[in-house]
Design a protein around this ligand. Structure first.
Ligand SMILES: O=C(O)CCC(=O)C(=O)O
Ligand SMILES: [Fe+2]
Length: 202
């Protein structure tokens, strides 16, 4: 457990305006986080992410997976996926995150970054199928990575480190007003798994 975790106030809003982001720090010990990382690596049906760019289908090195209450169809980057049924571990993680954040979720997008060369470019999670202004809860396991927000108008950037076993929540108008990204870095040589719990409209 990070000694500094005691100093983290999960009720503090990291954004100065136009949205709410709360960082809970490590909600798992390093050892627990490693165990979860290992299980997810083995049991999740990881697939290379596909995107349509200028009409061409490209495959990213990053791997993804999509799970949910029912076989929701979810479209992003012009590709539609169908949610797989929850595994026992994913359900446990979902219930823990629901308890911690006092919100409900019905689906989860998972990302596997093999090392720092893989990241995610500036975007917001504002897909039409998502509940408007719904909370998105992000769990991280494995390598610690930098995560950043950029305001769409003012261009203000707010960055933080996402520790292994940590929880972050984005809610209210965050997706309307802010972009976020996971910057690539040559410093990180180890893999990271990220889970974002979301609410799909049914
Ligand atoms: O890997 C992360 O921390 C963020 C992933 C993300 O932004 C997304 O899946 O939409
Ligand atoms: Fe995102």
């Amino acid at each position: 457990m990070d000694l500094f975790n005691d100093l983290i106030d999960s009720t503090e809003n990291l954004l100065s305006y136009d949205g709410t982001v709360n960082y809970y720090g490590q909600i798992f010990s390093d050892e627990e986080a490693f165990g979860v990382f290992d299980s997810l690596l083995k049991e999740i049906q990881w697939k290379n992410d596909k995107a349509v760019v200028f009409g061409k289908v490209i495959e990213t090195k990053r791997k993804v997976a999509w799970y949910g209450d029912i076989p929701f169809k979810y479209t992003y980057s012009n590709i539609t996926k169908e949610a797989l049924p929850w595994t026992d571990l994913l359900l446990k993680l979902k219930e823990l995150v629901e308890l911690k954040t006092n919100e409900k979720y019905n689906s989860c997008l998972l990302n596997l970054y093999h090392d720092g060369s893989e990241g995610m470019a500036w975007h917001s999670d504002g897909e039409k199928q998502l509940k408007p202004n719904g909370a998105i809860a992000s769990l991280s396991f494995g390598a610690e990575r930098k995560f950043a927000f950029k305001h769409k108008q003012t261009k203000e950037v707010i960055a933080l480190q996402l520790a292994s076993g940590s929880l972050l929540v984005m809610k209210d108008e965050t997706q309307i007003n802010w972009l976020h990204r996971l910057p690539p870095t040559t410093k990180v040589k180890l893999p990271r798994i990220n889970l974002t719990f979301r609410t799909i409209l049914v």
